[in-house]
Design a protein around this ligand. Structure first.
Ligand SMILES: Nc1ncnc2c1ncn2[C@@H]1O[C@H](COP(=O)(O)OP(=O)(O)OP(=O)(O)O)[C@@H](O)[C@H]1O
Ligand SMILES: [Mg+2]
Length: 182
């Protein structure tokens, strides 16, 4: 659909603090239920939130943006076989909101950093295949983020971990609530 230009984007002004937190809460729940299930091999994760106290309003397609964050969070878990801390940050600069997700996993070799957002690219084909990856998640994430005039990039050190960043222009005010007009 992206290729054919038929992907429908439904832009809405949303509170990024809430949307991001919603995604992270779901991962917290998955990790908790894994920990209780004797049949799964539990990895030792914890998710840390470092959010600005200010509200951040951005214009995105909430469903599509949720999928982007899901993929980055899934990757953070999938490519951190030893577990560790996943740090989720949300900050405001003068003009843009920047969110980031850092893991303490396998990291990405320097030579591969430029390819990571290309379709079907996987760092270690055998390793990723064992994890069930197709190498499409980040390519789609990039196209989606760019539809909102956002940027996505990565910073990583092999065997130390990776940080994925997304920046978006924020809008100044909470949107007027059409339903609440008095
Ligand atoms: N947090 C991370 N740590 C280390 N390597 C990563 C991380 N995120 C992505 N990668 C590398 O980048 C590759 C591309 O990621 P991408 O999400 O596009 O595909 P995938 O996870 O393999 O498959 P899927 O299509 O299911 O998302 C991965 O195969 C992996 O090698
Ligand atoms: Mg992925």
């Amino acid at each position: 659909r992206l290729d054919q230009g038929t992907m429908e984007v439904k832009l809405e002004v949303i509170n990024l603090n809430s949307l991001f937190n919603f995604v992270l809460n779901r991962f917290d729940m998955i990790l908790e239920s894994d920990a209780k299930n004797e049949n799964t091999i539990t990895k030792n994760y914890n998710i840390l939130r470092e959010f600005t106290k200010e509200d951040v309003w951005v214009e995105v397609d909430p469903d599509k943006f949720t999928q982007v964050l899901d993929n980055i969070m899934n990757n953070a878990v999938k490519y951190s076989p030893g577990g560790g801390t996943i740090t989720a940050r949300l900050i405001k600069t003068k003009t843009r909101a920047i969110l980031s997700i850092s893991d303490q996993g396998l990291g990405i070799p320097r030579k591969d950093l430029d390819n990571i957002f290309n379709r079907f690219f996987r760092v270690d084909k055998s390793r990723s295949r064992a994890q069930g990856g197709t190498g499409l998640g980040l390519a789609i994430s990039k196209e989606v983020v760019e539809k909102f005039n956002g940027r996505i990039w990565v910073d990583s050190v092999e065997n130390k971990g990776s940080t994925f960043y997304i920046s978006l222009a924020y809008v100044d005010e909470e949107p007027e609530d059409d339903w609440d007009a008095e």
